[in-house]
Design a protein around this ligand. Structure first.
Ligand code: HAM
Length: 419
């Protein structure tokens, strides 16, 4: 048997894993600034949750979900996105009654059986934010501003924010009929899946990867009711106040069913055909429709894989140790092991330390020290063992090696690392 990963699934080797971790750290700092709390939701949920929220006419639910019947005969699915799980958790745990702002973030892997291509994987990471229980345009503007701030903090540049409003159920009722008549009149020109679902959800055709772009040009446009129009113009006004540049694109409909009013995407032409780095919007009816309280909400999810692709500087801080400990014999090895422990436990501040194998030759251990990226090698040879000392050798910068008593090594090293 040849061992290999599945198509669309990949390993993140240490350099990529470091980059992802640094993006996650930037996100955590940003969320703290805006009062968001972390929510960890399960990877697998009842399939019905996604069918009812993401929507049964979406590509995600119709053809991209990893769904199966579990041992107990339940129809379950591996999460293709985080919003349904957050909404379920909000309802199930009565989070609306905690008296706190319903601002939650999550970081986790999502799974969609899409055709893999550059920037599109079957397992990918999302960082998501959901603000539940706030209907005001301030929440829309705040969440988009936070997103732009996160992208800037991470170092993702050259993106544009695209905005639209899909209106509320009321504005869409009339629009649905107009759009349906338009789509019916050209049904024979539509792709098979669109023909199959226009009666159930005509809006989906506008988001179709095949038909969408041409239809968006010619299809009748949605007219917002006065309340939705005001919400949309206030959102844009507030974005101006927070300094977020954006463009309105009436063709932006998004590929998930729960959206109402504001929808947005952050795009970058550097990503090629998969140009969305982030997508989000308002979903004022979802919590209630899933059996919860009337809780309007707005949120987004950013693709970490795509963010990483857009970074100019892909070098995140390495986990190289500060010190690499080397020993010349078995006895010296025990002393060196004790020293490694003392460095990591140093009361003046832990010093990161590593070693290879104290049973290898001194030469081989020194080669590992050089490769480790450590700033100093700490060597206990036969002479040092007898004298109770250790030799400190700079590895990165020029400088002479010198010998100190073992007990003094951590504090001397700390001083050297500060200089
Ligand atoms: P989405 O647009 O489906 O929205 O996904 C958000 C982001 O996830 C995309 O912009 C992209 O960066 C990333 N992404 C999606 N699919 C893939 C893939 N196959 N490979 C790599 N990256 C991918 C949502 O998921 C909504 N839950 C966002 C939301 C939150 N709306 C309101 N709250």
């Amino acid at each position: 048997m040849s061992v290999h990963s599945l198509r669309g699934f990949r390993d993140l080797l240490p350099a990529d894993a470091r980059l992802f971790a640094s993006i996650e750290a930037a996100a955590r700092e940003t969320f703290a600034l805006y009062g968001y709390q972390e929510l960890r939701i399960p990877t697998i949920e009842l399939k019905e949750l996604f069918v009812k929220s993401t929507g049964d006419t979406t590509d995600i639910v119709e053809k991209e979900m990893y769904a199966f019947t579990d041992g107990g005969g339940r129809e379950v699915a591996v999460r293709p996105e985080g919003t349904p799980g957050v909404v379920r958790a909000y309802i199930e745990n009565n989070l609306g009654q905690t008296g706190r702002n319903g601002k939650y973030f999550y970081i986790g892997n999502m799974f969609r059986a899409e055709r893999p291509q550059a920037g599109r994987f079957r397992e990918f990471e999302q960082i998501g934010a959901e603000h539940i229980g706030n209907a005001s345009p301030h929440a829309d503007a705040e969440t988009i501003t936070m997103l732009v701030r996160l992208l800037e903090k991470v170092g993702v540049s050259g993106c544009s924010v695209v905005l639209n409003s899909l209106g509320c159920g009321e504005c869409r009722k009339t629009y649905r009929e107009v759009l349906l008549a338009f789509l019916r009149s050209r049904a024979e020109k539509l792709c098979e899946p669109c023909r199959g679902r226009i009666e159930r959800n005509p809006l989906r055709a506008l988001d179709c990867k095949l038909d969408g772009p041409a239809l968006a040009e010619t299809a009748p446009k949605l007219t917002l009711c006065p309340a939705c129009a005001e919400h949309f113009s206030r959102t844009q006004e507030l974005l101006k106040i927070s300094g977020v540049k954006h463009e309105v694109n009436p063709s932006l409909v998004r590929g998930l069913d729960y959206y109402t009013r504001t929808v947005f995407e952050v795009r970058s032409s550097a990503l090629g055909s998969q140009d969305a780095v982030c997508g989000g919007g308002r979903y004022d009816d979802l919590v209630k429709s899933m059996g919860g309280p009337a809780a309007p909400a707005v949120g987004w999810a950013v693709g970490v894989d795509r963010m990483a692709m857009l970074l100019q500087d892909k070098t995140a801080a390495d986990n190289s140790p500060e010190a690499f400990v080397v020993a010349a014999s078995k006895d010296a090895g025990n002393k060196a092991f004790e020293l490694t422990t003392a460095l990591r436990n140093f009361p003046g501040g832990p010093i990161s330390a590593d070693f290879s194998s104290f049973e290898l030759s001194l030469k081989s251990q020194m080669r590992s020290a050089d490769k480790s990226g450590a700033s100093f090698a700490l060597i206990i040879g036969e002479d040092e063992l007898k004298a109770g000392t250790v030799t400190i050798k700079p590895l990165k910068e020029k400088g002479d090696q010198f010998t100190v008593p073992v007990a003094d090594a951590p504090s001397r090293l700390k001083q050297l690392l500060k200089d």
